[in-house]
Design a protein around this ligand. Structure first.
Ligand SMILES: [Cu+2]
Length: 213
């Protein structure tokens, strides 16, 4: 039993020159082999994991991104939902979703089984796109436009939550994605047919208008 006491100033007697116990050698070998397996998994996950973003990313600024969101509301707007524009872009379209303290704009109506390019960007601080109750998470960063190729495989009324703490109203930052089985209708909207672009938050509309790019 090791009964000797020592302080941090006097180092304990070394034993490194004594041969290692076979069990210790065994554990070192297992740990090393495991390290090598994990090391090989990194590039393997990159190619085979299927978790990589689709690679569309470009830099942007809040004003020009908001301008795209506005244009989309003018083009594909189908109504409003609690004052937030609802857009129903056709399959294959580029869909622009903006995050800001403390809301997601616009509400998206998509069709099940069709592919879209979902663009995400923040107009202020870092937010997190979390699709509830499905496990989809993506960071939404100001100044960058991330385009993800998505194909909704389930119809339903989903909520987007923010999973990156962004301020006092973080917990109220809830967005909405409606996935319909078949062509989109105006159901489940407060004001079908209302001018979606006009419903845009005036401060945001001014931001987009001010960009003039
Ligand atoms: Cu947040």
């Amino acid at each position: 039993m090791h009964t000797e006491t020592h302080t941090g100033l006097e180092s304990p007697k070394g034993v490194w020159w004594k041969p290692a116990h076979p069990a210790e050698k065994m554990w070192v070998t297992i740990a090393f082999v495991w390290c090598m397996i994990l090391f090989a998994m990194m590039p393997l996950w990159h190619w085979k994991g299927g978790q990589n973003p689709s690679g569309i990313r470009r830099s942007t600024d809040p004003a020009s991104y908001m301008k795209r969101v506005m244009e989309q509301a003018q083009q594909y707007g189908v109504g409003t939902d609690k004052g937030i524009p609802v857009v129903a872009p056709p399959p294959g379209a580029d869909v622009y979703l903006a995050a800001m303290t403390f809301q997601w704009t616009p509400v998206l109506k998509l069709q099940k089984g069709k592919q879209y390019t979902l663009h995400l960007s923040s107009l202020d601080v870092v937010h997190g796109f979390g699709l509830y109750p499905i496990n989809v998470n993506f960071m939404v960063v100001p100044g960058f436009d991330y385009g993800l190729r998505v194909t909704p495989n389930e119809a339903g009324d989903f909520r987007i939550i923010c999973n990156e703490f962004c301020g006092i109203g973080h917990h109220t930052m809830v967005g909405r994605v409606i996935v319909e089985d078949g062509p989109t209708t105006s159901a489940a909207i407060d004001a079908p047919g209302a001018n979606a672009a006009a419903a845009m938050n005036p401060a945001l509309a001014a931001l987009a208008a001010g960009s003039a790019k």
